[in-house]
Design a protein around this ligand. Structure first.
Ligand code: HH2
Length: 362
């Protein structure tokens, strides 16, 4: 567990970032295109110290490489929206009870009709710019009832077989059996919201398959109780400590860091204030040296902030805003239900960032 963190502050983008880096006034955040000009030095139990990056003391500089160097491209994927853009992960829920209201089983679909609907949804997401499709067969909304691995496989394997030729797929599961079967059926990536804690056999399955892995923070290991009065000393540092520990456990099990992405798990045992703090302070987690994933899409916090209490598609505009904010804080992967709208917003956001034309001679 890290006893010290460097938190990047004073973020810059576009040509201003390049000029500031060249002038020694900023450092790149995970290789850029975002740069940071200030560093908050945090040691647990001590008063944080805020400094310009050029004044970071030699004793702290050893923490910089994972924070400023580009991490390996996650799963070898190049963003379809262009260099510097995040990867867009489109959600395909093969569930009857997903919090987002988009679960294909809720529509009463079965057999071939279900697979065709999933195929159409996945193809539309891919055409709109999705880099990854995330296939899930178990809702993990607060209070959700668990699903057996056998039932989960029955739901998702036909969908994975149908979608594997169209796009890189991740399987959203906590179960080793489901991971093994999904990888054999054509999935590329494992997305485990329990960060390999739920099933003791999971780490070995991922290691042996050589699969890229997403480790997510959840408070406790039970979606039924995770929202019962969640508490943290400092949510960002506590989540950072957890992710560092799970990252070390995955590496010890034979999964190289270069194959791992990390996710603070918005909504998984967090209040609205916790979610906002994690979004805002996301750059701190970049110090773990892995690409960061944010899944804010259609979550309850979006409903609370926007007044879209009824959920589902009504939370799309707020979800797009959260995705853009996450991208501006360095998120490398965005897990979203509304790919068309998110990809359109990201294209405009990226173009606007590059429109900062520097004066001659910078
Ligand atoms: N959120 C959900 C499910 N899986 N995986 C990662 N890595 N990050 C997330 O934020 C995340 C996730 C919950 O969203 P959804 O799939 O819409 O709901 P449900 O679990 O009810 O199907």
């Amino acid at each position: 567990m890290p006893d010290r963190w460097i938190e990047p502050l004073g973020l810059l983008t576009g040509p201003a970032a390049t000029s500031a880096i060249e002038a020694g006034l900023a450092l790149p955040l995970q290789g850029g295109p975002i740069a940071f000009t200030l560093a908050r030095l945090i040691a647990r139990g001590a008063r944080p110290l805020l400094l310009p990056v050029a004044a970071i003391p030699p004793g702290w500089r050893g923490l910089l490489p994972p924070l400023i160097e580009a991490s390996a491209p996650f799963a070898g994927l190049v963003p379809r929206l262009g260099p510097g853009a995040p990867l867009v992960m489109g959600v395909v829920n093969v569930t009857p009870d997903s919090v987002s209201g988009d679960g294909l089983l809720a529509a009463g679909l079965e057999g071939e009709a279900l697979v065709e609907a999933a195929l159409a949804q996945g193809q539309a997401m891919r055409a709109a710019g999705a880099d990854i499709l995330d296939i899930g067969g178990e809702s993990t909304r607060p209070g959700a009832a668990p699903v057996t691995p056998e039932e989960e496989c029955r739901r998702i394997l036909p969908v994975i077989r149908a979608l594997a030729p169209c796009a890189p797929l991740s399987v959203d599961t906590r179960h080793a059996l489901t991971m093994r079967e999904a990888l054999a059926a054509g999935a590329l990536i494992v997305n485990d919201i329990s960060a390999l804690r739920h099933d003791p056999a999971a780490a070995q399955v991922v290691a042996e398959a050589g699969a890229p892995l997403i480790l997510m923070h959840m408070l406790g290991d039970d979606p039924r109780s995770m929202q019962d009065d969640p508490r943290y000393a400092d949510v960002t540092l506590d989540v950072g400590d957890f992710l560092a520990t799970r990252l070390a456990a995955a590496e010890a099990a034979g999964i190289p860091r270069a194959r791992i992405a990390l996710d603070p798990g918005l909504g998984f045992g967090k209040t609205l204030e916790h979610n906002l703090a994690l979004l805002h302070r996301l750059p701190l987690l970049a110090g773990l040296g892995c690409p960061l994933l944010i899944g804010a899409s259609r979550k309850r916090s979006i409903g609370r902030l926007s007044g879209a209490v009824e959920g589902g598609k009504a939370r799309m505009p707020g979800s797009v805003a959260a995705a853009l904010f996450a991208a501006s804080r360095g998120a490398a992967i965005l897990r979203v239900h509304d790919v068309v709208e998110t990809a359109q917003a990201l294209r405009v956001w990226q173009a606007a960032l590059s429109g900062d034309t520097p004066p001659a001679g910078r």
